[in-house]
Each structure stands twice: as C-alpha cells, then as structure tokens.
Design a protein around this ligand. Structure first.
Ligand SMILES: *[C@@H]1O[C@H](CO)[C@@H](O)[C@H](O)[C@H]1NC(C)=O
Ligand SMILES: *[C@@H]1O[C@H](CO)[C@@H](O)[C@H](O)[C@H]1NC(C)=O
Length: 516
C-alpha cells in the first residue's frame, strides 16, 4: 500500500506531462524509408510531442517542435549502380547476386552514422534526455545503445512484413514451415520444396547473423557506448541483454496485402499510417489529363530508388510504342525528357503518386512492387502489374498475384512483349479490379486509423516506462525448455528407473528359486 502511494505521483507526472521528447533515428539511405519515417514524425508532432529526427532526407517541413539531424552523407554509403535497372537485368548488381553488399551495409550504416560530428554532439551532451527512442530495425541491434544512453524505452520500426529474426527479438522466431523469410518470394501455404527451401535459407540467414553480424555489432556497441555512459556515470548493460529489451515493434504491414500470421502482443501493425487522410489535390494540368482520360489512365512508376532512365534504349522505345497503341492515357514517371511523345503518353519527372492513384479514372498501376506502392495500391483499391527488382518486392508481387489483384512481369529483355500481354489481360478481365476493391475494404475496415494507433502505442510505452507487461514469456527461454526436452529427459530417467527396478525385482525370484 505504501509502495503504491509512493509510486502513484510518479506515474501521474508521467501521464499528465503532455508532449514527450522522442528521438527518431532513421539512418537508412532509401527514399521510401524516408517517406515512412516522415509519416511517423508527422503523427507524433500532431500529437504534441517533440521530435529529434536524424535522417538522410533532411528537407522536412519545419515545425517548432522538430529538430532535424542531417545524415545526408549516408546517401554515399549505397554502392554505385546497386539499384541500376540495366545492371539488375544483366545480374551485375550485388543485390541480384550475393548478400555481401547488403550485409556490409547492415553492419556499416548504423555505426558510421553515430560517428558523424553532429550526431556525436547529440550523444555527448550530458544534458540531453529523451522519453523514448524509435529506430528502424534492419538486422542491426546497435541502437539499443541509444536507449541505454538515455535510459529510456526502445521502439523498433519495421518497414516490411513481420519476419522471423525480428520477432525472435521480442518473442520467438517463427516456424519456417509457414512463415517466409523477409527476402523470400514463397507465399504460404508452401509446397514441400518451398518448405525445405525456407528451412534451409532461414537457417543459413540465422547462422550468418549469429556468427557474423552479432559479434560485429556487439563490439561496435561496446566501443561506442561504453565511454558515453561512463561520462554520465553509468555502466553499459551487456549487449546480450539489451538486444532482447525492445518494448514494442511498429510494423508497416496489414493483413489486407500480406498473409495472416500470429504476432506477439507488442507487435503493432500500422500499415498505411503514412498515407495522408486527405489526398493532396493534383496539379491542375495533371487533373485535366486524368479527368479527360475517357478510357481510363494507366500509371507507370518504378518507385523512387530505381530510375527508368537506366532502361536500355530499345526497351524505352518499345515501351513508348506499346503505350502509343493503347487507347488509355499513360502517366509515366520518368526522369528524362523524351521527344515526339504520342498524344496519350505523359511523362512526369515527379509524380504525386497517391493523388494519381486516388483519381477514379486511374484503372491500372504498373509498379516495381515496393512496400509503399503495394500499400497505396490497396489503400486506393487499384489492380497492378508488378515488375519486381530486388528485396521484398518479389514477395510483395507474388503475394499480390496469389491474392488476385496483380499480374507479375519479369524485368528482362522481353519486358515489352510480356508487359503488353499483361496489360491486355488485366484490362480485359475485371476480376483484378474487383479483388483490389475488396481488399481495399479489408484494409480500411479497422477499429481505429493506423496513425491514431501509432501515437497511442508510443505514448503507452512511455507512460508505462517500457511496457514491461507486454514482454513475452517466450523471450530468451532456452530452446530445450520450449521443446520440453527437460521433461522428456525426466520421463526417460523415470522409465529407465522403473525398468531397472523391475529387472532387479524379477532377477531376485529365480535367485531365490535356486537357493531353495
Ligand atoms: C548542462 O546543464 C547545466 C545546468 O543547467 C549547465 O551548467 C551546463 O552548461 C550544461 N551543459 C551543456 C553541455 O550544455
Ligand atoms: C530494459 O528496458 C527497460 C524499459 O525500457 C529499462 O528500464 C531497463 O533498464 C532495460 N534493461 C536493460 C538491461 O537495458
């Protein structure tokens, strides 16, 4: 009772103080990652919180409660040509080939980010405090050190579908028999071959991160954060403890465009939170083009990382020819000017994607199938043709095809012919459009909007100091206990004991018989 009354005022000051100080550490040099994090910032600012936002995309709308830390130099950490369309087609890009480049980036980016002078200024300022740290998880746990430094809870943000190794940090790894890895394009239910594939690839990925990444991260963690904590007169908790100490994961996913799977209670799905509730009006010329598209409009964009200008010349020409033969209007996000365009083809250097998808005359979206594009297509209920290039795009598109609102076309030298066939197919068969509308209903039919949920859970974690009540009892439970191997051993011992006892009992009788 006395304990409770002591704690109560503490709890109240936490609850009543409006406007928390939150550090959003978002070092990944990918435009879509920038867009997602800006969405987090927007919702948290509207809720009255003060945000320190470290990002490679510092051109964010100014706000009195927003402090931006410029990480533009991280853009140089992406190797040249990694995302070049032609290189990917020729299988020359490291993304199509080995994982080494990706793993190097995972190991390097978070560490290099902490070494920048202006980030060091933030870290070494003894007066700096935060109520929570939010940071993107992509295979590196280094930023648990930030939560240790500011003695506050850590919230992971996950850009993609929930996956095994991330879930293992807050609850338990998933069963590869029905949950694909983050980079796989298998969609459950798996065939026998896919099940074996998943088992092998997920085991290899786990070994790679346990044997290679873990120790690199642990040594970075100790090297960077030990002196920082010493300065504040505290000792750094061991890495092996902090990596299982995140309070929550916010995931940009939703069952409407992913598959159903069970999730720990502190995994909160907020898919689509970053899409503006009120769609921005289209620029007047684009509005006119779309309004006048009597036969509907097709929107073609390969996202913000891949540039259409990297397409081989003959494919560019072939695409123009293909589009000119359509009666639909084509809006093409393309980075270079092209002469002698057919009347129905319009090229935009920058495209307000959400506003275009929201227009009722837009009837088809040709996309690389990135996470944002997949989300937005379901948000606005439009069918797609997917040309996946790397990473989760394959998974997104294969899933969309299985769900029935997409056709997949490979990025190959027969792209133009394949695309023509796919366009004819999707436009002549309204099942694709109907499915997209159905899934859009599933997507929008939630008890609360994802932005509201996001703010609620961040505040909940801060109010309850890390939400310890949400921690899964499965965390860090040894495998032998999960599999009841101790019980099995006990049962074996007992059985052997009984057998042994019986043996002795029965062995005695003949002995007695002999004596008699
Ligand atoms: C921290 O705060 C104290 C007391 O307010 C002040 O004297 C000191 O200069 C501050 N240190 C820095 C690095 O801002
Ligand atoms: C784990 O997180 C809680 C709440 O965020 C915090 O109070 C605790 O100190 C952390 N433990 C370690 C070992 O970092």
């Amino acid at each position: 009772m006395t304990k409770l009354t002591c704690l109560l005022p503490l709890f109240l000051t936490f609850t009543l103080c409006h406007g928390y100080k939150i550090l959003l550490m978002a070092p990944i040099p990918s435009k879509s990652h920038g867009i997602l994090c800006e969405g987090l910032v927007r919702h948290l600012l509207v809720a009255g919180h003060e945000i320190t936002y470290a990002t490679p995309y510092p051109k964010v709308k100014a706000h009195p409660k927003l402090h931006v830390i410029d990480l533009t130099s991280n853009l140089d950490l992406v190797p040249d040509g990694l995302l070049n369309v032609q290189k990917v087609m020729n299988k020359e890009s490291d993304l199509a080939g080995g994982f080494t480049t990706v793993y190097n980036m995972i190991a390097t980016i978070p560490r290099v980010t902490l070494e920048y002078e202006h980030v060091q200024k933030l870290l070494t300022d003894p007066n700096q405090t935060f109520d929570a740290v939010i940071t993107t998880y992509f295979g590196n746990g280094l930023y648990h050190g930030l939560a240790a430094l500011y003695d506050c809870p850590l919230i992971w943000f996950n850009m993609i579908e929930p996956y095994s190794s991330l879930l293992g940090l807050i609850d338990d790894t998933t069963n590869p028999a029905y949950v694909p890895s983050a980079s796989s394009s298998n969609v459950p239910p798996f065939t026998f071959r896919q099940r074996v594939q998943e088992l092998i690839s997920q085991t290899l990925q786990m070994l790679l991160s346990e044997l290679y990444l873990y120790y690199a991260q642990e040594s970075d963690y100790n090297k960077i954060f030990t002196p920082l904590l010493e300065k504040r007169g505290r000792t750094l908790p061991p890495y092996s403890e902090v990596i299982y100490n995140a309070s929550l994961v916010l995931g940009n996913s939703h069952v409407s465009y992913s598959h159903a799977m069970r999730l720990p209670i502190n995994y909160i799905q907020i898919g689509g939170y970053y899409v503006n509730d009120n769609v921005e009006p289209l620029p007047s010329d684009l509005q006119k083009i779309l309004d006048n598209a009597k036969h509907g409009a097709i929107y073609f964009s390969l996202g913000s990382n891949l540039k259409s200008k990297d397409f081989p010349e003959n494919i560019k020409k072939g695409l123009i020819k293909l589009f000119s033969g359509l009666k639909q209007t084509v809006i093409w996000k393309f980075e270079e000017v092209m002469p002698n365009l057919p009347k129905n083809v319009h090229i935009l250097k920058w495209a307000p994607q959400q506003s275009i998808l929201a227009h009722p005359n837009t009837i088809l979206f040709i996309t690389h199938g990135g996470g944002l594009s997949t989300t937005e297509t379901i948000h606005f209920g439009k069918p797609i043709i997917g040309i996946p290039v790397f990473g989760d795009q394959f998974n997104n598109i294969v899933r969309a095809v299985k769900k029935g609102f997409a056709k997949k076309v490979d990025l190959s030298y027969s792209l133009v012919e394949d695309l023509e066939e796919a366009i004819n197919d999707v436009l002549s068969d309204n099942r694709y459009a109907i499915k997209a509308k159905e899934l859009s209903l599933v997507y929008h039919d939630r008890p609360v909007r994802p932005g509201v949920e996001l703010v609620h859970w961040v505040e909940h974690v801060i109010k309850t100091r890390g939400a310890p009540h949400l921690r899964s009892p499965a965390l860090r439970m040894p495998l032998y206990q999960k599999l009841y191997l101790d019980l099995a051993a006990l049962v074996l011992v007992i059985l052997y004991g009984i057998r042994f006892a019986l043996k002795i009992l029965f062995a005695r009788k003949p002995l007695k018989v002999k004596k008699n």
